[in-house]
Design a protein around this ligand. Structure first.
Ligand SMILES: *Cc1c(COP(=O)(O)O)cnc(C)c1O
Length: 374
């Protein structure tokens, strides 16, 4: 009788040991360690005299080790790639990014000892480029935001690597029903507050992944909260949501991290209750005002979020309603000293933020929303 271990039938090869999974097991342990060494991010509750009975909360994602909400996404994309067998020992990782995601991915690539290439628009903030290089990542620049996708795909193919593709996988790499995703974390932190179920969650869209996670979660948990997505100038999302046409394109946003030239696959309009589009000058003005009030700088996408939140608060006040609103601090404004916090850059881009600043200050102090002032 032939020894089973020495059978020469090609379909009956000897059983492998677990060695070929040693790298993946070690990688998962390293990613778990990174999470274990961090606490959850703060849910801060600033008070503004003009808001009356409307409570507002800001989920501060700027305090992750890599400085933005993209720390969560990068971690999810790495876990997804490893557990799906697409990332292994020595795999070259490539990403298309406006910067923040690439910073977080460079950090995780460094943690796991993998080569990393970021494909970004030439206009990306110098401090993000420095951070990527500091983690040993390589930066590949393109002239226009719409070129990042094809270039990243090509570089991955040329290097026999893996295109992380945040714009496609953001919505599915995150566990949508919980597992401490950002929605789970916000609602857990709200427990015990005066109004623990927010009336509105407000979020801008880059990949659309965070708004997808928030929108699905409130439906899955059967909560009455609504999701308002705030878009910016020169972005395709708002027009797509209004028209239902996913093929719309746009020139490309000036607000780093949000607003896209195309409707990203991770943008899920079906879970969005309302959308508004905020002028760029208003977003940046709101970032300046919030920075003054928090005694630290926030990024421009946080300004977009904050302006959208205040606009909803103004509507609620007009209707005499009390309630709760939640949005995110997406990243720190220190990354943007040369742009959104630089008067010369603002002037060169034709952005006059002074009238919007005044309007926002008046609203925060008195509750009066003077629609026509800017
Ligand atoms: C990515 C990003 C966003 C938007 O988050 P998504 O989940 O990708 O839609 C907002 N602000 C900043 C700074 C970002 O990097």
């Amino acid at each position: 009788m032939p020894d089973a271990c020495h059978c020469h039938c090609p379909g009956l090869a000897p059983l492998p040991d677990c060695k070929n999974r040693d790298w993946a097991r070690r990688a998962i342990a390293l990613l778990e360690g990174d999470a274990r060494r961090s606490a959850d991010t703060h849910l801060v509750k600033p008070a503004f005299a003009g808001l009356g009975d409307i409570q507002i909360y800001l989920k501060d994602e700027s305090t992750h080790p890599t400085g933005s909400l993209k720390h969560r996404l990068a971690r999810s994309l790495f876990l997804y790639g490893i557990c799906n067998g697409r990332i292994g020992e020595g795999t070259t990782l490539v990403e298309a990014s406006s910067g923040s995601t690439a910073v977080s991915e460079a950090y995780f690539a460094h943690l796991l000892g993998l080569p990393f290439i970021a494909v970004m628009p030439r206009s990306t903030s110098p401090s993000k480029i420095d951070a990527i290089k500091c983690f040993g990542g390589h930066c590949h620049f393109v002239d226009h935001a719409s070129e990042v996708y094809a270039t990243a795909e090509r570089l991955a193919a040329e290097n026999g690597g893996h295109y992380l593709d945040q714009f496609t996988y953001a919505e599915r790499a995150t566990d949508w029903r919980g597992n401490n995703n950002i929605a789970d974390s916000i609602f857990a932190q709200m427990q015990g507050e005066e109004y623990p179920v927010p009336d509105w969650l407000v979020m801008s869209a880059g990949t659309g992944g965070t708004s997808a996670t928030l929108g699905r979660y409130i439906r899955y948990r059967n909560l009455p909260s609504r999701l308002c997505v705030v878009d910016v100038e020169n972005s395709a999302f708002y027009d797509a949501w209004v028209s239902g046409d996913r093929d719309v394109t746009a020139p490309g946003s000036r607000v780093e991290g949000i607003g896209r030239p195309r409707v990203e696959p991770s943008f899920l309009p079906g879970v969005i209750d309302h959308m508004i589009r905020v002028p760029d000058a208003a977003s940046i003005a709101a970032a300046h005002v919030l920075s003054d009030r928090l005694f630290r700088r926030v990024g421009a996408s946080t300004g977009t979020n904050f302006f959208g939140l205040l606009w909803i608060a103004a509507n609620m006040r007009r209707e005499g309603k009390a309630g709760t609103l939640v949005t995110l601090i997406c990243d720190s404004g220190d990354r943007y000293a040369a742009t959104y916090y630089n008067p010369e850059w603002l002037a060169a881009n034709g952005l006059d933020i002074a009238p919007w600043r005044r309007m926002i200050e008046i609203f925060l102090n008195t509750g009066i929303w003077s629609e026509c002032s800017p």
